[in-house]
Design a protein around this ligand. Structure first.
Ligand code: G3P
Length: 217
């Protein structure tokens, strides 16, 4: 299972990279705005800064909502750095753009996916990644994890190569449940990754080992 971090915060990306388990980064316009990154040139530069920190894929989202605009923006994003994956919204023109990019060797991430039908279309259009937003489904009392299991079943039935990127992951248990269900990738905040480390028996066990070592030395 690949671990992506879902942020545009460079310090958090560095921290996750330093841990040695980071496979990539996802961003979106809201995450960019949260870091105060505004204006097209600053946003493009920020993507390059992120690529220079991590080794893996970095999803960069188009703002256009029409096919021509998405193709123009997506080509510019893909030209920034070989690690860039073009992130496209799950609308009709987004699917058209996904097919165009897939035919032209540019990798894509279909975002804002909330149903199995949308995920099926993304795979048919040749998406590299599909991003079901599990946390936002949970927010409206719908089982986000069930969607992951549905997409896994459908993709396995037809051997689609599109990777299931569980997005809108909010906490550690989401990661563990997504791993059980066979998501290829998860993207979440740094806290959800760090949370995997924690267990009180690890802390108390280590404290005891160190105390016993001190007694004998
Ligand atoms: O990866 C999708 C993500 O950025 C959305 O997360 O927590 O805003 O639902 P959230």
């Amino acid at each position: 299972m690949k671990f992506f971090i879902d942020t545009a915060n460079l310090d958090q990306i560095r921290e996750a990279q330093a841990l040695g388990v980071l496979d990539g980064v996802t961003t979106n316009p809201s995450l960019m705005a949260k870091e105060g990154i505004t204006g097209a040139n600053n946003i493009l530069k920020h993507y390059v800064d992120i690529c220079n920190i991590v080794d893996g894929d970095v999803s960069a989202e188009v703002i256009a909502t029409d096919f021509e605009g998405m193709v123009r923006e997506g080509e510019a994003l893909a030209a920034l750095h070989p690690q860039i994956v073009v992130k496209l919204p799950m609308i009709a023109d987004g699917i058209k753009a996904c097919k165009y990019f897939s035919d032209n060797g540019i990798r894509t991430n279909m975002t804002l996916v909330f149903s199995a039908g949308q995920a099926l279309l993304a795979a048919k259009a040749g998406a590299t990644y599909v991003s079901p937003f599990i946390g936002r489904l949970d927010d409206i009392s719908t089982d986000g994890l069930h969607l992951i299991s549905e997409i896994r079943l459908i993709y396995d039935n037809y051997e689609f190569e599109t990777e299931i990127l569980a997005a809108s992951v909010r906490h550690t248990m989401h990661i563990i449940d997504c791993a059980k269900l066979g998501a290829d990738v998860m993207t979440g905040p740094l806290s959800s990754i760090i949370g995997l480390l924690k267990h009180p028996l690890t802390d108390s066990g280590l404290a005891q080992f160190l105390a016993d070592y001190k007694k004998g030395n």
